[in-house]
Design a protein around this ligand. Structure first.
Ligand code: PEP
Ligand code: MN
Length: 383
C-alpha cells in the first residue's frame, strides 16, 4: 500500500501551548454551564491547547443521548471567546460540516463509526471542498488500516492539507481490559506509511475507564505519537455519555504533569555514540539469528527427506512438546516473556512443517497446493 498525502506540519495549524499537545473537553456538550465551567478549568491548567466537545453523538443504540445539537455550537463559541481555546467537534454529515463552519469551529474530527463508511467520509469530503480547516480522522471501529488510510486520502483529495489522524483503538471480540484494543501496530504502520502525518492518541476511548488512561497516554508518547485527546468533564460521575472514562480538569492536570516527554532523537554526542554502539551489537545478533535460522531450516529439509524415505509422519507431537518445554524453560531463565518464546517457537515450527510438507509431497499435486499456500501455522495443524 502506498500513501502520499499533501499535508502541513502540525505546529503550523495548532498553536501547541505546552508539549505534549493536549486536546481536552467533555465527551458531549450537555449544558451551557457544564461546557463553560469545564472549559474554564481546562484553560486554567495551561496544559490544554484545544477544547473538544461532541455536539452530535453517534450512539450505538437509539434512545441514548444523541447530542445536544446545534445549540451546543453557540456554547462552544462562548467558551472560545471566554478562554481563548480553539474548538474541535465531530462531524458526521455535510450538514454538520456546514453548521460547524458557520459557528466558527476551528478543528473538525471524523468519528470512528464514520471512518468505517466511505460514503459518509466522501460526503464530508465533498462538503469540505474549497474550505481551509484542520481535520482529524479517527481510526475506523474495526482494525482495517486501508479504511483509515482511505478516509485520510478522501479528505486530503478534497484539498484539506491540515490533516491528522486519531488513534482511538479498535473494537475486538476478545474480552480485554480495554474498551477498544489499542493495536499499536496499526498506528505504527500508518506512521511508517506517512511519517509526516501527525497521529494523536485518544486514551479515553481506548481505555473506557479512567484508571488506565495514564498508562496508555505514556505509551502513546513513548511511541512518538504527536499528542493526546482526553475527555474531561466538570463532574465525570454525572456525565451523560462515557461517564466512566472522563476525568475532571484537576485530574487531567495531574495526569499531564506526570507524563514523561522523551525525545525521538538526541543531539547529545555521548548518547548518539552509545546508541550507535548498541545498535551495532543488535545488528550482529540479528545477522546471527537469520544465519542460524537458515542453518536450522537446512537441517529441517534433511529430516524431511529422511522422514519421507522412511514413511514417517511430519508431526511428532512428543518431539514438539519436548522442544516447547526445554526452550520455554530456557527462555524463562533468560527472562524472556513465556508468550513471546512460545509464539516464536510456533512460528519457526510452522515454517519447518511447511518445508517438510513440500518435501513429503514432492512431485505430487499436493506440493503445488502447499507451495501456493501461506506459511502453515501451528494452529492450522493437528496436535
Ligand atoms: C468521541 O470522541 O466522543 C467519540 C464518539 O469517539 P469515537 O468516534 O472514537 O467512538
Ligand atoms: Mn466519548
Amino acid at each position: 500500500m502506498k500513501l502520499s498525502l499533501n499535508i502541513q506540519p502540525l505546529n503550523s495549524w495548532i498553536n501547541i501551548k505546552n508539549e505534549p499537545l493536549i486536546i481536552s473537553g467533555p465527551c458531549s456538550a450537555e449544558t451551557e454551564e457544564q461546557l463553560l465551567s469545564t472549559a474554564h478549568l481546562l484553560a486554567a491548567t495551561g496544559k490544554v491547547s484545544v477544547l473538544r466537545a461532541g455536539i452530535w453523538k453517534p450512539r450505538t443504540r437509539p434512545g441514548e443521548f444523541e447530542g445536544i445539537g446545534s445549540i451546543g455550537l453557540e456554547w462552544l463559541k462562548k467558551a472560545k471567546e471566554q478562554t481563548g481555546l480553539p474548538t474541535a467537534v465531530e462531524v458526521a454529515t455535510a450538514k454538520h460540516v456546514e453548521e460547524a463552519l458557520a459557528a466558527g469551529v476551528d478543528i473538525l474530527w471524523i468519528g470512528a463509526r464514520s471512518t468505517a463508511n466511505p460514503f459518509t467520509v466522501q460526503e464530508i469530503a465533498d462538503a469540505l471542498k474549497g474550505v481551509d480547516i484542520p481535520v482529524l480522522v479517527k481510526n475506523p471501529v474495526n482494525p482495517d488500516l486501508s479504511l483509515w488510510v482511505g478516509a485520510l486520502e478522501r479528505i486530503n483529495n478534497a484539498g484539506i492539507t491540515k490533516l491528522g489522524a486519531i488513534h482511538r483503538g479498535f473494537s475486538s471480540y476478545e474480552k480485554s481490559a480495554f474498551r477498544n484494543e489499542p493495536m499499536w501496530e496499526l498506528a505504527i504502520q500508518l506512521k511508517t506509511l506517512c511519517p509526516e502525518l501527525p497521529i494523536i492518541n485518544d486514551p479515553s476511548h481506548i481505555c473506557g475507564n479512567r484508571e488506565l488512561i495514564p498508562y496508555i497516554s505514556q505509551k502513546a508518547l513513548d511511541l512518538d505519537l504527536q499528542g493526546l485527546m482526553i475527555e474531561s468533564h466538570i463532574d465525570p460521575s454525572v456525565a451523560w455519555t462515557d461517564a466512566k472514562q472522563q476525568v475532571s480538569p484537576a485530574a487531567l492536570e495531574e495526569l499531564v504533569d506526570r507524563l514523561s516527554l522523551r525525545k525521538a532523537e538526541s543531539k547529545n554526542e555521548e548518547f548518539v555514540d552509545k546508541l550507535a554502539d548498541l545498535r551495532k551489537q543488535i545488528d550482529k545478533i540479528d545477522d546471527l539469528m537469520i544465519q542460524k535460522l537458515g542453518e536450522r531450516m537446512a537441517i529441517v529439509e534433511q529430516i524431511g527427506i529422511y522422514k519421507r524415505d522412511n514413511q514417517v509422519t511430519i508431526l511428532q507431537v512428543n518431539r514438539w512438546d519436548e522442544i516447547m518445554q526445554k526452550r520455554g524453560a530456557m527462555g524463562k531463565v533468560l527472562k524472556l516473556d513465556p508468550v513471546f518464546t512460545e509464539k516464536f517457537l510456533e512460528l519457526v515450527h510452522g515454517e519447518s512443517i511447511r518445508k517438510q510438507t513440500l518435501i513429503m509431497n514432492e512431485g505430487k499435486a499436493a506440493a503445488n497446493v502447499a507451495e501456493a499456500s501461506a506459511p502453515v501455522t501451528v494452529e492450522t495443524l493437528p496436535g
